[in-house]
Design a protein around this ligand. Sequence first.
Ligand code: IFM
Length: 455
Amino acid sequence: MSASPPHPTPSPRFPASFVWGVATASYQIEGAAAEDGKGPSIWDTFVRRPGAVRDGHTGDVGCDHYHLLDQDVELMRRLGLDAYRFSLSWPRVLPTGSGTVEPRGLDFYDRLVDRLLEAGVTPTPTLFHWDLPQALEDEGGWLNRETADRFAEFTSVAAERLGDRVKRWITLNEPFIHMAFGYAFGTHAPGRALMLDALPVAHHQLLGHGLATAALRAAVPDAQVLISNNCTPVRHRSDARSDADLAAGSAYDALHNRMFNDPLLLGSYPDLSAYGMEDPAWGGVVRDGDLATIAAPLDGLGINYYNPTWVTAPADSAALLPFDLAEPEEAYRRTAFDWPVVPDGLTELLTGLKARYGDALPPVWITENGCSQPAGLDDRARIDFLAGHLGAVADAMAQGVDVRGYFTWSLMDNFEWAEGYHQRFGLVEVDFDTQTRTPRASFDWYRDLIASQRA
Ligand code: IFM
């Protein structure tokens, strides 16, 4: 059963080759946390820390996708998707992060890939969506440069097994968010609150991306390689546009956006002096040759967009961070997460990328966009959100940005990190007691939109 959508499809027409998809991630949906030889990840550890996750929720069972894979692929077939973005659980394949391969873990992804292909859906795996093997965290996690080498090893194992059928690969998901929440503030796994001492995590993840790119190209010569960066346009309130506010905005942009896009597309880091980083080698963290590895040509830049960020100068001039985050003065609609709904921020972001990187910007893919809404099947607010953001993508394309595809976050409600199961992002509602999946109105709307775009 599903609610019927009274909503029209958005008016823009996308090119026939435009790829329509949905996205998920391993720890958020798979469950089977200790099954078939899977090793523990940093999230398996973190969720057991008292107070770390709202109401003590864990991903032990998640959406039980590990066992309900066939049902979930059937939902994708009903949507008429072109592509499915999912992530591989590194400790399911290499339980200690390196060395011994767990064949049952690879078998699971092998089966998923085959089912997807049978359903006419292109598998688009992400190699790292935050569930680092705990054994590697015990060696320093992404603070340890060797994790980048281990990531390339894992990439080779996955690519050698799946690369005959999987051609589009995403290396990392949102390295900024993983660094900031996982290592600087400690609100995500591994729960380290290192503030600015977390910055090497950015470089080691990007180095891992570069080494993984080389590993993919070696194993799958016709691979398309992407990375998914979480990006946000920086905005100012009308009462916060002094030079100090603008400098704070620029510093925030450097940290959230440019620190992760510039090395990939320009082969250099932005000015990070606002963070006390005058030394271009970051005190030995950035070694000769690293930037060339990171800047290896990409086939696409994945963009995950949720909302803009409003920034002011810090109220306390002795503050560690060179910015304060502010609330917008406009009364935007809000998602259940209380995030402002700002579709034109996506146009601003995409045209801004084109302006900054010019011909160095590869084709762009929206690898995540969506919203948390209250439970229930009649999710008109989600339909409005998606329609508005697709309109924003079309506007950016009309202004010359080459966007190749759009993946809604998410196929179904799932484990939303520190919020547990309290935030629902799905086109499909999940009853976490029974694991019943029920398509929402937005599911029917997205299915009809895809069909009408093909007509
Ligand atoms: O659920 C997350 C996802 O794992 C990464 N991007 C943002 C989503 C919503 O918070």
